[in-house]
Design a protein around this ligand. Structure first.
Ligand code: GAR
Length: 203
């Protein structure tokens, strides 16, 4: 059976595109069976639709508006998110630029099967602004490299969990913010595809 991948994304979806391209040219023996976004304007949605992939948009805002307890609201959102993802029967859930911290209500439904991509090395620059953080550390502390990692997400930790793959990205003297980001993305696109392929081969 061809392994089934669900992708969660919040933004441009260039990493989703890398997975789609790898499936279509045979580097990745898998099927992208669903794409879920948490922002209606996420370009990842267009990429999925262009490839005939079922999509869903789930907005956190109504959950927060309906409750005085943000933590409970997030848990209810994650339970519904898990239900939507489960309908696609994924063997693997890939967080490809998914900018929402997941609780166990979601993660507990896919044990050992949620993978996150993050544009920093393990233990460095968790959160939504890892590239900016590395860029600032380049100037304040002389940081001359950052990187990319792919890791499993067993629990509610932020951008940590068992590491599957890392790659160092040098910060060059002639870099600007845009050139560094472009190189990080190029590394991500390759590392994510390879790591997903290896994970599915082992599964
Ligand atoms: C990627 O750089 C990914 O590593 C990052 O969001 C970007 C999404 O780009 N994820 C995180 O920062 C997770 N903490 P994309 O939408 O073009 O794939």
């Amino acid at each position: 059976m061809t392994p089934r991948i669900a992708v969660l994304a919040s933004g441009a979806g260039s990493n989703l595109q890398a997975l789609l391209d790898a499936v279509s040219d045979g580097r990745l023996d898998a099927e992208i069976v669903g794409v879920i976004v948490n922002r209606p304007d996420a370009y990842a949605l267009q990429r999925a639709r262009a490839n005939g992939i079922p999509t869903a948009f789930l907005d956190l805002r109504p959950y927060l508006d309906a409750s005085d307890e943000p933590v409970q609201a997030r848990r209810r959102y994650d339970a519904d998110l898990a239900a939507i993802a489960s309908r696609r029967r994924p063997d693997l859930v890939v967080l490809a630029g998914w900018m929402h911290l997941l609780t166990m209500e979601f993660l507990g439904c896919f044990p050992g099967r949620v993978m996150n991509l993050h544009p920093a090395l393990p233990g460095e620059f968790p959160g939504a602004h890892a590239i900016d953080d590395a860029w600032h550390a380049h100037f304040s502390d002389g940081l001359d490299r950052t990187g990319v990692m792919v890791h499993l997400v067993p629990d509610e930790g932020v951008d940590n969990g068992p590491v599957l793959a890392t790659r160092v990205v040098p910060i060059r003297a002639d870099d600007d913010r845009e050139s560094l980001e472009a190189r990080i993305h190029a590394v991500e696109h390759d590392l994510l595809v390879r790591t997903v392929a290896e994970f599915l081969e082992r599964a």
